[in-house]
Write a protein of this length. Structure first.
Length: 135
């Protein structure tokens, strides 16, 4: 599948897919996660390693965590150099008062939104996609 870079095509094909579970942000010193922890996202920063992982896994590992989130995958195959997708999604969620942390994977963009607003965020993204198809 070829990655898409046309913003209108990207928006009309968002296909937001909520993933099951509750995800949290934690940080650990060093460059590797602790044994027994399999994060879905890692970011190495000078202050330590940021982990995004299932809440239950963080609790079992005894990690201090914050920001309990729902995970949404945008099923459209976005090009890494596509312009405007993150801005359009962020603006739509901002207008609904929903915070969002975006992670770009090779094939898809992934959004981490407040867990209690997951369904609202999916609704917002589905409306954005519908408006892009008709507008």
């Amino acid at each position: 599948m070829t990655a898409e870079s046309d913003l209108r095509v990207l928006l009309s094909g968002l296909s937001p897919e909520p993933r099951p579970g509750r995800y949290v942000y934690a940080t650990v010193p060093g460059a590797t996660p602790p044994a027994g922890v399999a994060p879905v996202v890692t970011v190495r920063e000078s202050e330590g390693l940021t982990l995004v992982l299932p809440e239950a896994e963080a609790a079992v590992a005894g990690l201090t965590y914050t920001y309990v989130a729902g995970w949404i995958t945008l099923r459209v195959h976005s090009a890494l150099d596509a312009v405007g997708l993150t801005a359009a999604v962020s603006l739509a969620l901002t207008d609904a008062g929903i915070s969002c942390n975006v992670v770009a994977g090779f094939h898809h963009d992934h959004l981490f939104v407040p867990y209690e607003r997951l369904d609202d965020a999916v609704d917002v993204l589905e409306r954005l996609a519908a408006e892009s198809r008709t507008g």
